[in-house]
Structures are given as C-alpha cells and as structure tokens.
Design a protein around this ligand. Structure first.
Ligand code: BMA
Length: 393
C-alpha cells in the first residue's frame, strides 16, 4: 500500500475512534441512556433538553408553588408567591406525595391530591418541569417519615423476602396509579402522560428519615432504590419518570462519601444534593461552590444531569440572599453554571401551617427586590423564559 493511502486510512480510523473515547464531557450528548429505555417521548425530550440548556441556563424551581403561599391558601386559581413577586411562575414545580400510600385524600401538608393533579397539569401545560418527592410513612411503625426511634429496620423488612414486602408493593402501586393519572391535554387528541422527575428516598445519608444511614446498610438502601425502579418500570409499566438521586449536602464534599449509598448508574438519571447547610451566608460560598462543582463533574463523567433539587434559607433573613449567595454560587464559574436547576422549598401558609417556614419571598418581603434581580439575571430561567422542554431538539 502506498504510504499516503496508508496514512489516510490510519487517520480515518483514528478519527472514527477518537470521539468515542475522548468526548468532551461538557458538551451535551444526545445518546445518554435513561434508566427507562421505554421512557415516553416527552420524558426523553425533557432529559435531552435539560442536558442541552444547562450549558447556558439554570432553571429556578419552587415547592408547592401553586397550592398555597405565606398569606394565601388555595383561594384563587393562578396564585403563586413567586409569580406575584417576579411576574413569572417558576420553571420547575416541586410536589410532595407523602400519605398517598395510605390512600389519603390529602398529603401530609394538607394538599388535596386531586387538586395537585390539576396543578401539575396546569404547570406542565404552561411549559414547566414537574418533580415529585415522597416523605413516605414508616411502614413498620405507622409513624411518619421521621419516625426513627427504636430499632425498626424498616428497609430490610420491605425488600423482597421481607415480612412487609407485599404491603410495600401496595404502597408503590399508589404511586404507579398517581403517575399514570397525570395526563396532559386530555380529550384533545394530543393526550399524553406528563413527565415527572421522581426523587424518592432523599437525604438518605443523614439519619432523620427511616431510610437514612443509621437505619439500613448501604446495600439495603441500594436494593430499596433498585427494587423501586424495577417494580415501577418493569412490573407496573410506569414510563414517564426520570430518576433523581439526592443525598444530604455533606456527602457532596467527597466522591467516596457520595458513592457509599449510590444505587448505580443504571438506576439514576439525575444526581444532586439537598443543601440547607452550606447555602446560608456568603462566607460559606467556597464549600457551596465546591459541592456544586463536585456534582457537575460527577454527573458529566457518568452522563447524568446535575441538579440542586432542594435548598433554601428558611424565612430568607438576608435580603440579598438571592444574588449575594445563591446566584453568586451558581454563577461562580464555568462548572457551577452547568447545574440544570435549583429548587427552593415550600412557602408554608402562616395561618394554617408552620410559621416562618418559607423559602421564596412574597410581595413585601425584604428580599423581594433582590429576588426580582435574580429572576432578571441572564443565567436564571423562570417559566417566562423557558424554551420548549418537551420537543426533541
Ligand atoms: C419538610 C417541612 C415539613 C413538610 C415536609 C414535606 O421539609 O417543610 O413541614 O411536611 O417537608 O413537605
């Protein structure tokens, strides 16, 4: 073979193999595999779009945004503390299904499940992203998710072979039914299931929930997660979920700690951490940004999406927290900027629920002006600036 033909062939072979082994992890990749290979079209599109737009933007989310605010509760449709301060709804809506497993009509925070279904549809049809958490009751004691007194060891009891396994499956069935009832555009011919970012068994590296670190072994936790995926996906045919893994923030300080209770790449689409601890004051910025960088790098090495699925500063005592701390961390450098979304926790209604337990401002709150600045920042997306998240690019 002539030398120049040989060299051209060698170059072609090199070019063919090079992108596969040396792909730049910061570039969006269309071929990421999801936990669910049969995920619905819109669910797949949501994953691809989150991965695509996180290179330019961070989505802002709020828990229970449409259900109640600090000074109102489900009185007029369309209300939202976030919208009333900034003029836009959040891009991400968090919802909570604790007590669904008991067959209750309302969740543990007194949100009616039928109304929740309506708000989920409303937010989705406006283009928003839906995520669901589950403060599941303790299946052994009948107490709540925080009932950890005594040596109940609930996790091994609900795994296959455990004495409460059948009961646990019935609990999971309630979620399968709920996820299957989230139908968009009903009766229009464009009816389809609403994609949900499902974030069960969160903050498990702490010990305040019955699935937490002191109450089960790493192997038991991983099996709990894996069983839940396999049961919902393979037995119950739930195909509108992306699976979000979110330990407590302190484990985002080291890969070893983060991996100790990690169910495996095949069972997780989104990786994050919940953090209320390192996000309070600007002086903690270094720790906060280190954690964000960790989770972005971890996600990109495994073709996952990084997120900050639960955070906030209770009652926002710092009027410049939004730009001075949260935005300062998210916008810190080219790595922190690749976080897909940040969600702050709920605005508990002060008359009927907990007082001073809110994480987004309401009109007149001292941090409202700063929150508007946060909304206006080019890095941050609320619903008003959101591109179509459900069409495959
Ligand atoms: C917690 C608190 C509780 C609430 C729970 C589930 O962090 O807000 O008051 O019951 O989340 O939403």
């Amino acid at each position: 073979m002539r030398l120049h033909i040989f060299l051209s062939l060698a170059l072609l072979i090199l070019l063919f193999f090079l992108p596969g082994c040396e792909r730049d992890p910061t570039l969006p990749v269309a071929d990421m595999t999801l936990v669910d290979p049969n995920a619905t079209t819109e669910t797949r599109a949501l994953f691809t779009n989150l991965d695509r737009i996180r290179h330019d933007y961070v989505l802002f989310g709020h828990q229970d945004d449409l259900a109640y605010g600090v000074h109102w509760r489900n009185d007029e449709p369309g209300r939202s503390d976030v919208m009333e301060v900034t003029g836009s709804y959040p891009a991400v809506y968090g919802w909570e299904i604790g007590d669904l497993e008991l067959g209750a009509s309302h969740n543990l925070d007194n949100v009616n499940f039928d109304e929740m279904r309506g708000w989920i549809r409303e937010g989705y049809e406006r283009g928003g992203v839906i995520t669901i958490s589950w403060h599941m009751n303790n299946p052994v004691t009948g107490g709540d998710a925080w009932d950890v007194e005594g040596d109940h060891r609930a996790v091994p009891k609900i795994l296959p072979g455990g004495e409460l396994h059948e009961k646990f499956k019935v609990w999971l069935d309630t979620f399968a039914e709920f996820a299957g009832s989230l139908v968009a555009h009903p009766g229009t011919g464009n009816e389809h299931l609403i994609p949900v970012i499902f974030r069960p068994y969160h903050e498990h590296t702490g010990s305040w929930f019955w699935w937490g670190a002191d109450h089960c072994t790493p192997d038991e936790y991983n099996k709990l997660w894996q069983f839940t995926v396999e049961y919902l996906r393979d037995e119950k045919s739930v195909h509108n979920l992306l699976w979000a893994f979110s330990p407590a923030g302190n484990v985002a300080d080291s890969e070893e700690a983060y991996l100790e209770r990690y169910p495996g790449d095949a069972y997780v689409d989104i990786v994050g951490f919940d953090d209320y601890g390192s996000v309070r004051e600007p002086y903690q910025l270094e720790q906060f940004t280190n954690r964000l960088r960790f989770v972005v790098n971890f996600a990109e090495a495994r073709r996952k999406i990084p997120a900050l699925p639960e955070t906030g500063y209770e009652a926002i005592p710092d009027p410049e927290w939004w730009t001075g701390t949260l935005l300062a961390a998210l916008n810190h450098d080219s790595t922190t900027r690749r976080i897909a979304w940040v969600l702050v926790w709920r605005n508990s209604n002060e008359a009927t629920d907990r007082q001073n337990h809110f994480y987004a401002p309401y009109p007149g709150h001292p941090s409202a002006y700063d929150f508007v600045e946060f909304h206006d920042h080019p890095l941050i997306l609320f619903e008003d600036d959101l591109p179509d998240m459900y069409i495959q690019p």
